[in-house]
Design a protein around this ligand. Structure first.
Ligand code: SF4
Ligand code: SF4
Length: 437
């Protein structure tokens, strides 16, 4: 059944009230990574709000040839929202603009086919990713790196300086059983892997399972979970994103878990926040969306706030700095918990960078569509990391990590980039070696 009530993603005019709260002060300029890099009013929230108003008033048409670039030149990092005195929910405005343009002009055929494959032909998408994992070495150049195998297109399909992670020939969800149980569990969680952990960083998935087992937690990894849909939603294909949201809610419902945990800030914020708005007015899913958005929790919050966290005792000798993913910090409001975990690891020295929550420039697919601006933003992040003299840069978001590793290879000082949960898993694994357990 389709949604019964029109949302801001169905009717742009419904964002009028949100637009009216903008007092045009320009505070958003000081923190907008796009504005700081490009210095154009069109890049910042205030400019896009004026654009949305003009579209609603009928003085500019969505068919205007420059419109697409204006609407998509934004990372949806929500930095502007942190600095806005009237608390304008700019994320809602930009998503509504993108939904409106997709509705009016249709999606680009490449996006349309990828989203269709991702949603309607999941086994085929999975097969494609496995084939990519098996054969990528034939058409990509391998780069020796501290980050494990990294790849580069030998011809100029993408910017030749760009470093990409390799795909796993065996996705994470095919490496593990659907249920991992322990004796005397403290809780049972569903693990929402997201695409990046499943196809690119299966080791992080293994590390999350290790950490949960060490904390006496049963883990269910639903095999019928989908992509969370954030990229589809952010490109304006709200209908496909809604269908993906429903499929995920149905998959989670079958688990009967106490919580659903995430190793990715973007997936976590999509399930805990965006699904509610996307499915507003859909009576068939009202209960499920309410229930699972409340149960959606990033793994650090689960470990520190929902169970008795077992402090690790294995030594990991490293100087570590932490990058806050925009979705985790600015949407989920998770800041302390990953730091507490990192600082609990014996042997770790923690160094805060000066702007840990400044966007890294990833923005999902923004680093593909706007590589130059994205790299300017990334360069500032890597300069900040370099100043800490840390030898390991960690984050809670695989998307940020792909970006940061690309940045380290171009502007860094040989740091290792990884997920903070992998440091914790390493500490647990080292306990035997250190004679602790
Ligand atoms: S900070 Fe908020 S109120 Fe000020 S211009 Fe930006 S969006 Fe408008
Ligand atoms: S969401 Fe981020 S990139 Fe977009 S306007 Fe706000 S601060 Fe700038």
């Amino acid at each position: 059944m389709s949604t019964a009530t029109a949302t801001i993603y169905d009717d742009l005019a419904l964002v009028k009230e949100e637009l009216s709260r903008c007092m045009k002060c320009g505070n958003c300029q000081a923190v907008c990574p796009v504005f700081i890099t490009e210095k154009t009013e069109g890049g910042v929230a205030r400019g896009k709000i004026a654009l949305a108003q003009a579209i609603i008033d009928g003085t500019i048409d969505l068919d205007d040839p420059d419109m697409y670039e204006h609407i998509f030149n934004c990372l949806v990092c929500k930095s502007c929202m942190q600095n806005c005195p009237t608390k304008v929910n700019f994320d809602k405005i930009i998503f509504a603009l993108r939904a409106a343009i997709a509705k009016k002009k249709g999606l680009h055929p490449v996006k349309k086919n990828i989203f269709k494959l991702l949603h309607n032909y999941k086994p085929l998408f999975d097969l494609g990713m496995r084939a990519g994992g098996a054969f990528q070495g034939l058409f990509m150049k391998q780069i020796p790196s501290r980050q494990g195998r990294q790849l580069r297109f030998p011809i100029g399909i993408l910017d030749r300086k760009r470093i990409l992670p390799s795909l796993s020939a065996t996705p994470f969800r095919s490496q593990v059983p659907e249920k991992v149980t322990v004796k005397n569990p403290q809780a049972t969680v569903a693990f929402f892997t997201g695409c990046s952990i499943n196809y690119i960083y299966p080791q992080f998935g293994q590390d999350i399972v290790t950490v949960l087992k060490k904390n006496n937690v049963n883990v269910i990894i639903p095999q019928d979970q989908h992509c969370c849909g954030v990229a589809v939603f952010a490109h304006g294909d709200v209908q496909t994103a809604r269908e993906m949201a429903k499929a995920n809610l149905d998959a989670l419902e079958k688990t009967n878990a106490d919580y659903v945990v995430f190793g990715c800030g973007s997936c976590a914020s999509t399930l805990s926040h965006e699904y509610k708005e996307m499915l507003k007015g859909d009576a068939d899913y009202a209960e499920k969306v309410e229930k699972w958005s409340k149960k959606s929790i990033e793994i650090s919050t689960f470990l520190m706030k929902k169970i008795d966290f077992r402090k690790p005792e294995g030594v990991v000798n490293a100087t570590v700095t932490y990058h806050d993913s925009c979705h985790l910090k600015k949407t989920m409001k998770v800041f302390n918990e990953p730091r507490e975990i990192i600082k609990s690891i014996p042997g770790v020295t923690f160094k805060e960078m000066s702007k840990p929550d400044a966007c890294c420039g990833s923005g999902g697919t923004y680093n593909l569509t706007h590589y130059e601006t994205s790299t300017g933003i990334l360069k500032r992040k890597i300069d900040d990391i370099n100043k800490t003299k840390a030898d390991v840069a960690v984050t809670a978001c695989p998307g940020c990590l792909i970006q940061i590793i690309d940045g380290i290879e171009q502007f860094g000082e040989g740091q290792k980039g990884t997920h903070y949960i992998s440091l914790l898993a390493e500490s647990y694994r080292n306990e035997k070696k250190n004679g602790k357990k």
